[in-house]
Write a protein that binds this ligand. Sequence first.
Ligand SMILES: Nc1nc2c(c(=O)[nH]1)N[C@H]1C(S)=C(S)[C@@H](COP(=O)(O)O)O[C@H]1N2
Ligand SMILES: [Mo]
Length: 180
Amino acid sequence: MRHTLCGIAAAVALMLGGPAHAEHKPADPSVYVTHSISVGGAVEHPLQLSVEALREFPQHAVREVGLICQSGANMGKLENFKGVRLRDILEKAVLASSGHNSVKSMAIIATASDHYKAVFSWAELFNSEIGDGVMVFFEKDGKALGDEEGRIAMVSMKDTRTGPRHVKWLQSIEVRKLAE
Ligand SMILES: Nc1nc2c(c(=O)[nH]1)N[C@H]1C(S)=C(S)[C@@H](COP(=O)(O)O)O[C@H]1N2
Ligand SMILES: [Mo]
């Protein structure tokens, strides 16, 4: 009985919630494709960046990154892509900090068009090696990204499991102060 109720509750929650993040292979990924990303929230200069605008930042070519799901499952790899550091984008937007200690309580939220979200902290991006490997990318094998990833995606290459912060169809970067 208990299980049945739980099952029904889960089904109702799913129906009320509408589509959650896409399953790994949506039937028609083209509906999720994004062509630019917004950078906003607690920043001095909100930005809207197209692929062309992203190319203006220092570009990094990456040979290969393995993709491991949070479950531990091997999801293949990202190969031969080109992107820019999220840290460089945020430096252009300039974090809106109200003093020396303000940035330490900031979070950076990456959101995809299917509502998938991944979160970073200021310390990860600006004060750890993780930040060196957080890339917003837009090119693979010298070509635009396909619909299965959108034109703009993101990956955190130095994570233990790289799947969770491989954000396909990237749409926005929001900076938020989590504590006063
Ligand atoms: N926008 C978006 N990005 C996402 C997901 C998602 O549902 N939506 N799933 C994540 C998960 S859990 C994994 S393991 C990786 C790898 O998925 P793929 O092999 O289908 O590319 O994508 C990640 N990025
Ligand atoms: Mo995953």
